[in-house]
Ligand binder design. Sequence first.
Ligand code: TPP
Length: 545
Amino acid sequence: MLVAAAVGRLLADLGIGHVFGVVGSGNFHVTNALREAGATFVAARHESGAASMADGYARSSGEVAAVSVHQGCGLTNAMTGLTEAAKSRTPLVVVAAEAGERRSNFFVDQPGLAAAIGAVSMRVESADTALATAAAAYRTARDERRTVLLNLPLAVQSQPLPEGAAPPPEPARPPATAPDPDGLAALVEAVAAAQRPVFVAGRGARSQAGRDALLALAARAGALLATSAAAKGLFRAEPWSLDVSGGFAAPLTAELIRGADLIVGWGCALNMWTMRHGELIGPEATVVQVDLEPEALGAHRRIDIGVVGDVAATASAAAAALPRPAPGYRTDEVGARLAGGSRWRDVAYSDGSTADRIDPRTLTIGLDDLLPAERVVSVDSGNFMGYPSMFLSVPDERAFCFTQAFQSIGLGLASGIGAALAQPSRLPVAALGDGGALMSIADLDTVVRLGLPMVVVVYNDEAYGAEVHHFGPDGLDTSLTRFPETDIAAIGRGFGCDAVTVRRAADLTGVADWLAGERNRPLLVDAKIADDGGSWWLQEAFRGH
Ligand SMILES: Cc1ncc(C[n+]2csc(CCOP(=O)(O)OP(=O)(O)O)c2C)c(N)n1
């Protein structure tokens, strides 16, 4: 067997079940080997789409996914999606062919590209070490939650594997990191002393074990439960859940977090987004952060207590050590206010719809009512993104795919494809701006080809709305960021989607009809949205530039 085939087979044997890519000469053999060994290969139309599909798949399945690209230009095309994945600590193996000769047209410094985006780079240097290197790439992605570039030089790919070559055995898995004892003691003391504790769970808490342990500790401590946007859905069904903290937060959520005397970030950076530049932290609040990685503690803001430890292990240990249960923030008054409606869609608003353009809130509430509760929502970037993120509910954290670590537009459609494949029993919903949609439209072909019953909602303001609202209020000429009307419904039909143009609430019957039908093609919703003057969270975002 040649190295390319052996590496592909090993990656599938180790546990890679889904590979997303664009096949060229350099990654043809390795991709075929992955598929022959049982992995599903999804052909993307653009490598950035392939990267985001893998990212979305890994986030919504909890499994390591792979990306397969041609040498040089295949990898550079994938870079934006890979940067989002690397910054989000998504476990991916990027199988990339590599041109060894500088004079090759395809040559580029691939390890340099990986270093530039915070990905790990490994290279299969020889037939003798090929299996060990491939296994190391997979295990680094899985165990350290890293995006790993596995370079496969063309000259090594075609070498025969030595007789009897075998991958190194699986090393013993280290147990979950127990909390450091001093940090744990300080955490327990702070929780025991708190009258109004709030827990904010982040990406590092996104697991069944994390959720269960936090629910148990919060019940004992009387804590209210919030998440960062990346962990939305984690506490979905809980009566004491505040949903998302930060710029997106609904008014009651923000008020209750600001009223906390203890805020504990669990696997959560407590960054400017999640804490609204610190505005959600009351002047008297004690701030605690629990994270696996020491360097994460206090990286974004001053904290009073830092605990190095796994979220589930730390929360369980804290619950066991807490002297007595306390009602904390879970008072009748707070309970009644939460039960009275704490979501954005419960907040009264004056409908800004016009004769031919729909208010994005009216649109999204209408969709929330129509779409089945079992849905998996992916959201692109732009002014519009608060609406689908906060007005559409999701059943759990695996059903929300939020690719904002690099703040790139154009990732939401492809990450939605990955999330859809990871959660096949749920209706996929991709929410995009017209800018992000048209940037990534090539992979609408993939949605159609895969037969995904996806609802693609385009919040179409015929503009780079975020930029219009950024510069317009200063009286600047924003014509560079505005576009003539585009019939995105017609584009969708051209790709093979069903499509509906929504200008007013009554047009949502087109969505209802599609939902009642066979759903054998995706549905493209070209929603002509009314000008919102800049969404509520956008002013917050501009402060971070
Ligand atoms: C790849 C990339 N290019 C440019 C930007 C700058 N940018 C941020 S939001 C935005 C406009 C997005 O427009 P659209 O997708 O239509 O959403 P809207 O803001 O109109 O809701 C742009 C160009 C970016 N974030 N990412």
